[in-house]
Design a protein around this ligand. Structure first.
Ligand SMILES: C[C@](O)(CO)[C@H](O)COP(=O)(O)OP(=O)(O)OC[C@H]1O[C@@H](n2ccc(N)nc2=O)[C@H](O)[C@@H]1O
Ligand SMILES: Nc1ncnc2c1ncn2[C@@H]1O[C@H](COP(=O)(O)OP(=O)(O)OP(=O)(O)O)[C@@H](O)[C@H]1O
Length: 296
């Protein structure tokens, strides 16, 4: 059986770091949502082992790849003898703060659950996903959610109102571990107003969503990479109605209510940045409409 799974990127509408935990991770509180910028994972059953190919040369092809590790985890945990060839059609920029690798891992877990008839629930897949990375449980479930803990305690909330998301990814990538490592929790920081964001989402209040975009990691990444700040300024100047860095960065996103304005922002940014995209929010649409697993 061949299976094809869509693996959408996420953005963080808010991101707060509450404290550092004894296990070295940080306790987070954030609002995450999926967007219609997606990799596609094609899975083909083979007699044994794991083979991985990708349209992108920028990702590892061995057991450092999160999709590879997702397949290996299922093989080991459930004594699966069958193998799989994984083809990753890469559209999400790498090391960008958009959870590209995590979403590939989540899609691989979901696709192989079906291909190998494992009968695992979404909750069980999310728990397995946490062994691969903090963003994987959210990527398994999708939609729009408050994420707490390392990112695995998920409360579904209302999706953002329909709008355009313009993304600009500077040429360099960013290491998530380095950004968390450079965060000084003793320093005063502008913490997001979670209630105000949730309220704006519930009321489909686009202006309220834009006004409450906030990410405490932004200042950390920005101080190492001033280009991120410049991109934010330009996005704002060209007319984006709300602008923020996603996750640990360096991708900057702008929310725009009208398509014509989204085009203007994209055209404006193209002179400064090679990787610019305009996509729609998914945020909850994907569950019924796209879900996602197509059997060929
Ligand atoms: C920044 C976010 O993208 C926000 O959505 C995520 O928190 C990062 O998720 P991720 O890339 O799946 O992160 P992981 O692969 O689990 O962790 C990478 C590194 O980030 C740091 N990390 C990550 C998550 C977390 N809650 N606390 C941390 O301190 C740790 O140093 C860890 O070694
Ligand atoms: N399938 C994959 N796709 C992209 N990167 C991968 C993949 N598997 C492993 N990686 C490695 O993971 C690192 C982070 O890449 P990724 O694109 O997932 O970052 P990110 O979008 O910043 O993630 P997050 O937002 O979850 O922190 C890269 O250095 C890359 O080499």
């Amino acid at each position: 059986m061949d299976i094809s799974v869509k693996a959408p990127a996420k953005i963080n509408l808010t991101l707060d770091v509450l404290h550092k935990r004894p296990d070295g991770y940080h306790e987070l509180e954030m609002v995450m949502t999926t967007i219609d910028l997606a990799d596609r994972i094609d899975l083909t059953e083979i007699s044994g082992g794991i083979q991985l190919e990708s349209t992108s040369g920028f990702i590892p092809f061995d057991d450092r790849n999160l999709a590879y590790r997702a397949a290996a985890l299922l093989q080991q945990r459930f004594s699966v003898k069958k193998g799989v060839r994984i083809l990753i059609h890469k559209e999400i920029p790498v090391a960008a703060g958009l959870a590209g690798g995590s979403s590939d891992a989540a899609a691989t877990l979901k696709g192989l659950n079906k291909m190998w008839n494992l009968g695992l629930s979404t909750e069980e897949l999310a728990q397995l996903g946490l062994e691969l990375g903090s963003d994987v449980p959210f990527c398994v479930k999708g939609g729009t959610a408050i994420a707490r803990g390392r990112g695995e305690h998920l409360t579904p909330i209302a999706p953002p109102p329909p709008c355009w998301v313009v993304l600009a990814k500077p040429q360099h990538g960013v290491s998530t571990a380095e950004v968390f490592g450079a965060l000084d929790l003793a320093e005063k920081r502008d913490q997001p107003n979670l209630d105000a964001m949730v309220n704006a989402l519930e009321h489909r209040d686009f202006t309220g969503v834009c006004a409450n975009l906030s990410n405490v990691l932004e200042q950390v990444t920005l101080s190492t990479y001033p280009q991120v700040g410049k991109l934010k300024e330009r996005m704002d100047t060209f007319g984006a109605e709300g602008v923020l860095m996603s996750g640990s960065g360096p991708t900057v996103f702008g929310l725009v209510s009208r398509e014509s304005l989204a085009r203007r922002v994209v055209n404006g940014l193209r002179g400064f940045c090679r990787q610019v995209y305009a996509v729609r929010m998914l945020g909850g649409l994907e569950a019924p409409l796209l879900d996602k697993i197509r059997t060929k």
